[in-house]
Design a protein around this ligand. Structure first.
Ligand code: UGA
Ligand code: MN
Length: 304
């Protein structure tokens, strides 16, 4: 009797396993529940996505300008950013392609990104595409121009905050809570940058008094692009502030830009007086495609 039961169990086992696998695939397809804010009462899954929560309407909009260019890891980078930005209320993503036209890959990506996006493009002139020259100058300026134009005819401007979100960084959700309260220009540490574990503004009595950096601490603002945010008011009241090609060396872009709109004394330290790292200059490893030419191409064309 016992052995009969056991053999029946053995017969059923494959079916049980199949059911478990199918259920598992199904749950992996289910949309991820939005993150509940700290102390939120209701279960996360029952809440509307951050962008559509009624309380979000009162928040200043965060505009994130991301220059981006075509390369094997581009879609992976943008996916990581979108997965973060989608969880931030009232974030408007300004994606600026370094290209003569909008690419199909980024257009399709933007259409499915699930957050408010503006998709721009401007090519970097060939003469500036050289090692040792600053990157993404034209793209960040295109984002600034779009922002200024959008708000030109809408006095008084809605409260808003701008920051420059390069596509090779990793952003924590806490960073957006910090920058949201920017009055003029706010600053915070950046991890894995300047050949050090982190760089940060040095703060005394709530004021920035210097820079802990791996490189040229003598810069007026010795800070990475990922280390500051600017209020929309400041961007609009300094209509000529842009990133400059002429006279600007790599690594000086941030400082040259900030010089046009603020002073060190005015800076607002965030992230617990600049003692917390909430953004990392992770940089994705250059991908190895050395075996591609050795094998025949796939018969289908798959976007990566
Ligand atoms: C560092 C700083 O973190 C950047 O903010 C600064 O723009 C850059 O130096 C510089 O040299 O100007 P790094 O990692 O060396 O960054 O530069 P990338 O992250 O490769 O480029 C910065 C941004 O520009 C990225 O969002 C990238 O996608 C974009 N980019 C880069 C272009 O749009 N076109 C390019 O040809 C290269
Ligand atoms: Mn970078």
């Amino acid at each position: 009797m016992k052995s009969l039961l056991f053999s029946r169990f053995l017969l059923l086992l494959p079916w049980v396993l199949i059911v478990i696998i199918v259920l598992d695939i199904d749950s992996s397809r289910a949309p991820l529940p939005a993150l509940a804010p700290r102390g939120g009462g209701r279960p996360a899954a029952a809440r509307a996505p951050p962008q559509r929560r009624p309380e979000a309407a009162a928040l200043p909009t965060i505009y994130a300008i991301t220059p981006t260019y075509s390369r094997p890891v581009q879609k992976a980078e943008l996916t990581r950013l979108a997965n973060t930005f989608r969880q931030v209320a009232r974030l408007h993503w300004i994606l600026v392609e370094d290209a003569a036209a909008r690419s199909e890959l980024v257009s399709r990506f933007v259409a499915g990104a699930g957050l408010p996006c503006t998709h721009l493009h401007v090519p970097t002139p060939r003469r500036y595409k050289r090692p040792g020259l600053p990157r993404a100058t034209e793209q960040r300026n295109a984002g600034l121009a779009w922002l200024r134009q959008r708000h030109q005819h809408l006095p008084p401007p809605q409260p808003g905050v701008l920051f420059f979100a390069d596509d090779d960084n990793t952003y924590s959700l806490e960073l957006f809570q910090e920058m949201r309260t920017t009055r003029k220009v706010s600053v915070w540490p950046v991890g894995l940058v300047g050949g050090r574990r982190y760089e940060r503004p040095i703060v005394e009595n709530g004021k920035v008094v210097g820079w802990y950096t791996g490189w040229r601490a003598d810069r007026p603002f010795a800070i990475d692009m990922a280390g500051f945010a600017v209020s929309l008011q400041v961007i609009l009241s300094h209509p000529k502030a842009v990133f400059k090609r002429r006279g600007s060396q790599p690594g000086m872009q941030e400082s040259d830009f900030l010089k046009q709109i603020t002073t060190v004394e005015e800076l607002e330290p965030k992230a617990n007086n600049c003692t917390k790292v909430l953004v990392w200059h992770t940089r994705t490893e250059k991908v190895n495609l050395a075996n591609e030419p050795k094998y025949h191409l796939d018969t289908v064309n798959i976007e990566v």
